[in-house]
Write a protein that binds this ligand. Structure first.
Ligand SMILES: Cc1ncc(COP(=O)(O)OP(=O)(O)O)c(N)n1
Ligand SMILES: Cc1nc(C(=O)O)sc1CCOP(=O)(O)O
Ligand SMILES: [Mg+2]
Length: 214
């Protein structure tokens, strides 16, 4: 599967986001159509040290079973140590160029909030952009103000063709707005971590939007 296709339904999650076993949640999400996974163990009640590492390895194993890329949030050294498929970093994390050098040809995702950040990420070697927040979210407390899907639209209008996922407050009722703005897919936490059994509805929303755009 190429990267654009892998980004259709991108599940981002850590144990702090789950109401039951993260391994079971991920397994159900992958059966429901998730195409890429990011391990984001961060914030209140998150695991550290050995328990975090053990969980990361278990989740990586589940992704391997489904042949879905396993991405690590923020921690480049952890990603290299585990042999993860890539890393996602934001504007407040390490420099993009330095991370690209460490990662070689592994997947590098960058958060971008405007056309300038998107252009810089592209020039520094990003493989895809995470753009948000699309809608109001309570999952990440240091989020930027909501700009909505129009940011993705403006990136596309300015000729940025890099694969893009929208993130922040996305659920099956608003997924079409993100896709219609020119996104390749959506990244979600709570819509799946709280209701993994509804993953297929989100996946169908992405597919329907892609079919309509032809
Ligand atoms: C796919 C995707 N997009 C954006 C983010 C946010 O990254 P960042 O801005 O570095 O914030 P944290 O997730 O590290 O709190 C993401 N993780 N994934
Ligand atoms: C991790 C993250 N990054 C965001 C950004 O705007 O960059 S919003 C966000 C949280 C997404 O969680 P939910 O799907 O539950 O709203
Ligand atoms: Mg980050």
């Amino acid at each position: 599967m190429n990267l654009r296709d892998s980004l259709k339904l991108y599940f981002v999650m850590g144990s702090q986001n789950c109401e039951r076993s993260p391994v079971d949640v991920l397994e159900e999400a992958l059966s429901g159509g998730v195409t890429m996974f990011q391990f984001r163990e961060k914030g209140n009640r998150c695991l550290e040290g050995k328990p975090m590492m053990e969980l990361a390895l278990e989740l990586q194993h589940v992704c391997q079973k489904y042949r879905v890329p396993f991405i690590i949030n923020d921690d480049v050294e952890l990603a290299l140590k585990m042999g993860a498929d890539g890393v996602h970093i934001g504007q407040e994390d390490e420099s993009i160029g330095a991370v690209r050098k460490k990662l070689g040809d592994k997947i590098l995702g960058i958060s971008a909030h405007n056309v300038r950040e998107a252009q810089l990420a592209l020039e520094s070697g990003a493989d895809y952009l995470g753009v948000g927040p699309m809608f109001q979210t309570t999952t990440k407390n240091d989020c930027r103000p909501v700009q909505g899907p129009k940011v993705i639209e403006s990136m596309r209008k300015m000729g940025i063709r890099l694969p893009v996922v929208g993130i922040g407050g996305i659920h099956s009722g608003n997924v079409h707005k993100v896709m219609e703005a020119g996104s390749d897919g959506v990244a979600v936490i709570s819509a799946i971590s709280k209701h993994p059994e509804r993953t297929h509805t989100l996946f169908q929303g992405v597919q329907d939007s892609l079919l309509k755009s032809f």
